[in-house]
Design a protein. Structure first.
Length: 95
């Protein structure tokens, strides 16, 4: 979907955006409801077009990457080994 500052999407771009959106919805639904009926529905959609399977695989990959980020240790806000540097309104370093 094009925002106010983006040009309108072409038909292929719109179709791809809808495919990605549907893949995301299916992926999220299967996390909440891994029923055989839903799995059959997803499998049917995946087999309709290879691009559907690619979009779904991208969603799964994004989910896996997000899980890795969630399990990573937090990054400290401040490294005590580095002096604090502040930037004034004119973009000048101040220590």
């Amino acid at each position: 979907m094009a925002g106010a500052d983006q040009p309108p999407q072409s038909e292929p771009e719109q179709a791809e955006a809808l495919r990605e959106e549907r893949a995301a919805r299916y992926f999220a639904r299967q996390l909440d409801d891994p029923s055989p009926l839903l799995r059959t529905e997803i499998d049917a959609w995946l087999s309709e077009d290879p691009r559907n399977a690619i979009a779904y695989a991208r969603m799964a990959q994004a989910w896996d990457k997000a899980a890795l980020l969630r399990s990573a240790p937090p990054v400290p806000d401040h490294d005590p080994r580095r002096p604090e540097t502040h930037i004034d309104r004119q973009g000048q370093d101040q220590q």
